[in-house]
Design a protein around this ligand. Sequence first.
Ligand SMILES: [Zn+2]
Length: 232
Amino acid sequence: MRALLAIALLALCGWWSLPWLKTHLPPQWNPFTPLSVTDPQGWMMRYKLQRLSHDPAACMAVMQRASQQGWVEFRAVPALKGDCPIEQPLRVSGFGEVTLSSSFLASCPMAVSSTIYVVNSTHALQQAGINSPIRHISHVGSYACRNIYHRQQGRLSEHATADAWDVTGFQLADGRWLQVAKNWHQPEDAAAGLRALWQNGCATFGNALGPDYNAAHAGHFHLGMRGAGYCR
Ligand SMILES: [Zn+2]
């Protein structure tokens, strides 16, 4: 009974402080303000990303703001039907100064996550001692109507809903390449850069799988929306 009373009292305090919280919390820590792709990575960003997956209009608004601020270039494309339908697919063609080997199809939440990923990549590289930002990303796609590992049976891959992106390499502003297939172990500075970029994936996506996960990922990072920071 006492515990119940305490919970009721706490809930009341929370309710009373709501209006104050709504106006006084900084936007990146305020659960009521919309997500921005420049918000710090962390549980609040994850919470807001999670909400976007149930709110297509809010997700589109986040992407439009990011595009106006020059973080991403994309266009909405018609809904996909068939075995692997997508309600609101986007075609992402670049991230500001960062060009792509080709444009890719993304669910709206995945487009938001990939933008946050690129926004944070410069800082991730700096922490690994690399002071040259990313200027180009090569990848092998995002949307494929198939099961996990192309198996006959089993559940659909995240790629079947354009909720995952397979990235193979990064070119830096100084011209250097960090290729997942070639540089995961050497040379040391490139390997450190790739590890930082993979960990940046863990901080942004639901899961980030790299060469240490299994042989199927020896040449690319799989950056997907399922999970809450699964990192292998
Ligand atoms: Zn993949």
